[in-house]
Design a binder for this molecule. Structure first.
Ligand code: ADP
Ligand code: MG
Length: 319
């Protein structure tokens, strides 16, 4: 979400393989939340417009780069009133921090800033700078109560980039359902929900090869579930000729270097899939898969070093 204000040429990590050309289905793509958002559904143009406006609303509330957004103001003042939606996302984010033992942490804001500046300066941060930014990170210092959020330490900043797109997709699906749409796919840059079926049965989602653009490593068949991918190949900082993926390890302050290359999560809702994809990316295949195996109704595919592929036991049910 840090990147909202930029236009990104995003290679979608998940290629939608549905044949949206089929008569009943209509499709539209817009640029929102710093990425391409595509909606395919068997409803009307009004249904699609309604779904897009709710995604815009989430962006306006939760982008930390948009002056006046709730998160922008919260980061400036350190505390404040927020809407039910923003409070809900922050609460869920803290739950995912607990589940992942702090690997997923929306208080990474100061580290994200540091790495973005590092790219501008053309050199990696000094260890002192990393240490300072890291000392401001800590989900335990986020307090949410009765619509009020307080960041307990001076200088803390929230970044909902690892969860808000998933939440926006869930909200969009909610709008479509309320309007009576039975079959739809909402994809926000690789965080997506498949409602009902596509034109030819279950929605088919291709998982992008993390190093070969346009190549797919597998296709999964999805209905009434969310899929989200975090990868190091779509958004990254280039510093001293090296690529640094945009997901940061809150324990070290460093970006993740090549292991894993991508994490795809299947979950009952997109908020969960989005946050877990980011958190498991930090943890890597071994620790990550242990957590996934303990969560009901959640499956994962992790692509690690040398294209080693790890899948949770239930993953095969989606082929
Ligand atoms: P994408 O935006 O490509 O879908 P993610 O969902 O994995 O990717 O989110 C990555 C974004 O989340 C980063 O750009 C940053 O804003 C934020 N972020 C980075 N590291 C973490 C982390 N350890 N925990 C939570 N959010 C993070
Ligand atoms: Mg995410």
């Amino acid at each position: 979400m840090r990147n909202f204000c930029y236009f990104f040429v995003v290679v979608l990590s998940l290629l939608i393989l549905s044949e949206a050309g089929s008569s009943k289905y209509i499709t539209q793509t817009r640029i929102l939340m710093g990425t391409y958002v595509t909606i395919i559904c068997d409803g009307s143009r009004e249904d699609i417009n309604g779904a897009f406006s709710v995604i815009k609303k989430v962006e306006n509330l939760m982008s930390d780069q948009l002056p006046g957004s709730e998160i922008y103001l919260l980061n400036q003042k350190g505390e404040g009133e927020v809407s039910n939606w923003t409070a809900e996302v922050i609460k869920k984010a803290v739950e995912f921090s607990q589940i992942t033992g702090g690997a997923f942490d929306i208080s990474v804001g100061p580290l994200v800033d540091l790495w973005r500046n590092a790219e501008l300066r053309g050199r990696v941060p000094f260890s002192k700078e990393l240490e300072r930014a890291r000392s401001l990170v800590g989900y335990r210092n986020i307090a949410v109560e009765n619509g009020r959020v307080k960041l307990k330490n001076e200088g803390m900043r929230l970044d909902l980039g690892g969860i808000a797109k998933g939440y926006a997709v869930d909200k969009a699906i909610g709008v479509l359902k309320r309007r009576g749409v039975k079959n739809a796919l909402v994809n926000a840059g690789g965080d997506l929900f498949c409602l009902g079926e596509g034109p030819h049965g279950k929605w088919r989602v291709g998982i992008q090869h993390p190093r070969e653009e346009g190549k797919i490593v597998g296709i999964i068949k999805i209905s009434n579930k969310a899929v989200a991918t975090s990868g190091d190949y779509r958004r990254y900082y280039v510093i001293e000729g090296r690529r640094h993926g945009h997901i940061i390890n809150p324990f070290t302050g460093w970006t993740i270097q090549g292991n894993p290359m991508s994490v795809t999560i299947i979950a009952p809702d997109t908020t969960t899939a989005d946050a877990l994809a980011t958190g498991i990316f930090v943890l890597g295949p071994d620790k990550g898969m242990k957590i996934i195996n303990e969560l009901p109704d959640v499956e994962a595919m992790i692509i690690g070093e040398g294209m080693s592929i790890f899948t949770s036991p239930g993953w095969r049910n989606y082929y």
